[in-house]
Ligand binder design. Structure first.
Ligand code: FE
Ligand code: MN
Length: 361
């Protein structure tokens, strides 16, 4: 079907069939190669929706006041050595991990997907990892932690080294010309999405989230806790983004979804959980007030199974309960409208004002 537009002395003919064919050619992988970054017509609406949510959640580390954290950091009567150690481990792990995720998003996932709206949301994802990495720099400089000590953490603490290697090995094998029409290679890519989204961001980030937010609940290191809450809110979008990508990839390429591959993914999650438990043991060698190691270990079993369930795989610890139910509430920042002040919420106010004025028209 052809449609003709006449503008002044010029006539343009647009081919509707061609446009529809272009839409059909949009795929997660092996779609039409576009030299132009043409978002329309949108096929993966969920990707654009997540992109908009991410923008509304924008935050800046420097908006969070660290004065009380600094005071507590220096004062033995307010916090214990074990509580300081948890923060050191958190800073040590995340200052490397955020960069590893952002790098994989840009140089593996964003490179291999073909639909522009997927590249758009992945660009935002990588940017958020930069914000997270930046927030750690802000914590380190505010507390006066020697940056060389953080460097040493991710090179010398075996449980941190092991967690990092677990993901970087898979990321590096995908950085070459890879033929994504071959089932085995598609599975490597699908595994990368699962590994980074469900195992790393979805499970291996949660031991430290739980520990830092436990301190936050006890009014210890509230500034750091606030930054972790914002980070956690971002991570929940990242997990959902990579889960949707994974699900659509499998739907478009059913040859991926073999029994052997499902087993491989469950095994990968099992390894992720074991590594995270080792890390928790290093963070919390002895129980501290309000911080029971057993709770955090069980939480990892619980969260790992939720991630498996999210992609249609059976649980590893069926029936395990959530020992930290308050953590889910901590994630829902919007509920506490009066608590958060400053620019973070103003970004959202600005966008809701626009909507209101649109209604008036
Ligand atoms: Fe992050
Ligand atoms: Mn992330």
């Amino acid at each position: 079907m052809q449609k003709t537009f006449t503008v002044g002395s010029k006539t343009f003919t647009l081919d509707q069939d061609k446009a529809e064919a272009a839409f059909k050619a949009k795929k997660i992988i092996n779609g039409r190669e576009t030299m132009t970054f043409n978002l329309l017509p949108l096929k993966y609406n969920w990707a654009y929706e997540i992109y908009k949510t991410m923008k509304a959640n924008h935050w800046e580390p420097e908006d969070i006041i660290m004065n009380k954290d600094i005071e507590q950091w220096k004062d033995d009567s307010q916090v214990s050595d074990i509580e300081r150690w948890i923060i050191m481990m958190g800073v040590g792990y995340f200052s490397a991990a955020e960069g590893i995720v952002g790098d994989n998003i840009l140089h593996v996932i964003r490179e291999l997907v073909t639909a522009p709206e997927l590249k758009l949301v992945l660009g935002r994802h990588a940017h958020e990892e930069n914000v997270h990495a930046d927030s750690l720099l802000y914590m380190i400089s505010s507390l006066g932690i020697n940056p060389h000590e953080c460097e040493a953490m991710f090179e010398d603490i075996p449980s941190i080294v092991a967690k990092n290697e677990f993901v970087t090995i898979n990321s590096h094998i995908l950085r070459r010309d890879i033929d994504l029409t071959v089932t085995e290679n598609k599975q490597k890519f699908a595994k990368n999405l699962f590994l980074f989204g469900q195992c790393m961001e979805g499970t291996q980030f949660y031991g430290m989230f739980g520990m830092v937010l436990s301190l936050y609940r006890q009014n210890k290191f509230r500034g750091i806790g606030e930054m972790f809450r914002y980070t956690l809110r971002d991570e929940s979008n990242h997990i959902e983004l990579l889960r949707n990508l994974f699900m659509d990839l499998v739907e478009e390429n059913p040859d991926i979804w073999t029994d052997a591959f499902k087993q491989e993914l469950r095994q990968t999650m099992k390894e992720a959980i074991a590594l995270e438990k080792q890390f928790i043991e290093d963070c919390l060698p002895v129980d501290s007030i309000g911080l029971r190691k057993e709770d955090f270990l069980q939480y990892i079993d619980y969260i790992g199974d939720r991630r498996l369930d999210g992609v249609g795989l059976p649980a590893l610890s069926p029936g395990v309960s959530n020992p930290l139910p308050w953590l889910a509430e901590m994630m829902d920042i919007k509920k506490e409208q009066n608590f958060f002040e400053g620019r973070v919420t103003e970004y959202q106010k600005a966008s809701s004002l626009e909507i209101e004025s649109d209604d008036d028209l």
